[in-house]
Structures are given as structure tokens and as C-alpha cells.
Design a protein around this ligand. Sequence first.
Ligand code: CUA
Length: 341
Amino acid sequence: MKFPLPGILLIATEAPTGSSWCSGAQSSLDPAGPQSQQISNLWWNYFYICAAVYGIVLLVLLTALVFRATHSLSAPITRPSTFWESLRAWIVGGLLTATTTILFVLLIGDHVAGRALHRLKSDSAVKIRATGHQWWWEFRYEDPEPSNELITANEIHVPVGRPVDFELESPDVIHSFWIPNLHGKRDMIPGHKTHTIMQADRPGTFWGQCAEFCGYQHAKMRFVVVAEPEPDFQKWLAAQRRPAAEPQSESERQGRDIFMSRSCIMCHTIQGTMAGGMIGPELTHLASRPKLAAGSLPNTRGYLGGWITDPQQIKPGVRMPPNALAPGELQALLDYLQSLK
Ligand code: CUA
């Protein structure tokens, strides 16, 4: 992923269109849906118009400085000619009119983009209830058939070309739901449900990010968004609805026993087992996710082991306590968790 450079450097070094600094998996300027396209167009229109105005102002200033430096002062004008007076009035009036017109053009552009953002139809939308927690994301795919409801954490999949209707809520503090490549931000307010609807027009993997300071680990509150064709999405849904895989080896069985007999079970759910805690992320298909700890770590055996042993070292303030496990126990637990595909 590319990180944006400070704006002034960008202007100095690269032309905007087609260059890499405005693309990436977490960029509003790399739109992957109709709404982010509107936002991106609005941004570029503002950018070009303001850059042109800025350039003209600098040019006029420079001309005045050069003129002043190359011409000697004339005698004070005590009785100005009516011609120059009226010409000056016309120039000043023209500039004021141009300024007002430009501001109105920007205002109208903003209004048109704002209306276009709300035009998405939601008849066939996928419905997801997204909950922001300090500091991770819970996603519930709603379905008229209760057995088809699906809960996942820190990762969503969405079908390309179909709107996704998010109901947003928070049980603790204000968070802000933001997938820059798909739409603008939307606050998640405790005790007050909000909505946002968006659509991906091309497949890809994007980053979602909490966009409202919500405590110590606000910056490590991210989620993965996978936009994929409808058949792949349906395949993913079906796989995620299945209960957790049964342990296949002795070590995996031992790992499951450790999970069920320790404090893990108090906070985490693994469908198909007796673990039903709702405080921390759902782990039924943990091994299928690319990241751990809300986008903070790669989902590999080493990071998972480090995270279980001492999460406070990686994300200080997080609710998960350190877990003192014997080396053999930790390896068995990792074997089990890594089997949860
Ligand atoms: Cu949640 Cu910032």
C-alpha cells in the first residue's frame, strides 16, 4: 500500500492523472464505486479550480512586483483621468464577479455531488449491521432466515455491482465508519443507529478505517473489505456460515480443550462449540482472515502466538489480557486456531 506524500511535494513532483500516489487500497482518490467516484471528481474539480486561481493570483502579484521594480515612481496623481478611473473600476468589478462566480460553481458542484451520494437504490442490497468496538469491528450479515445470519469480525466481503446497506452502531464511544475507496465517512454513535449505503463497481481488496478518535488504539482499528463477483461472494457466505472445523489431530484436539478451559471462552465465539463469548471478535473462521487484531498484524502462526501471549505489548489498552501458557499448550492452541479455516 502506498502512503500519500504531503500535498505540496506531490504538486511539485508528479502530475495527478494516472500516477501512483493517488491510488491504493485506502485512497479516496482511487474510487471503486459510484459514490467514491463522485467524491473523487469533486475533489479534483476543487483542486484544479483552486490551483488555477492560485496560479493567476501569483502571476498578477509577480507582474506587479516586476513592474514596480522596473518603473520609477511617477508624480502623485492629483486629478486622475476619468478613463483610467473607470477602467480600474471595471477591472475590480470584474474580478469580484469572477470570484463570486467561482465560489458559486464550487458550491453547486458540492451540492450536486452531495445529492448524487444519496441516489443509490437499496432494493437488492446486502444488509450488514456493523458495530464499532474499542478497537475492532463486528459485522453481522442479516438474513430473513435466522439460521443464515452470519457474524464475522474485522473483515467483510461484498458482491461487485450490488449495493451494501450498512446499519451502524456502537456500544461504547463514537467511531466513524470509513472505506475510502467506496464512500465517505459515517459516524457510529452510541444509542443512535445510523445508515450508509455503498457499492463496489470492481473487484479488489480495500481497507476500512475508523475515522474518529476513539481512544488509545484508534489507529489500529481497521478492517479488510473484499469486493468480489457475486458467485465468489455466495461461496464465501456459504463457507462462513459453516460451523467451525472439527479438530483433526491430537494436538488440535488438545488446543480446543485449552481454548474451552481457559478464559478465551469468556470473550470469543466459535460456532459449533460451547464458546459463545460476545466481548471479543468471533473466531469461527479465524484462519481464513488475512489479518489479526483489527488489521494490526499479519495472520501468521508467529504473530498469532505473540498476540495470544501478550496482546498488551502489541495494542496497549486492548481488552484482551496476557495469557501465560506452557510452550506445549501454546503450540497446541495455535494448531487448533490455525485449523479454523
Ligand atoms: Cu474507533 Cu477510532
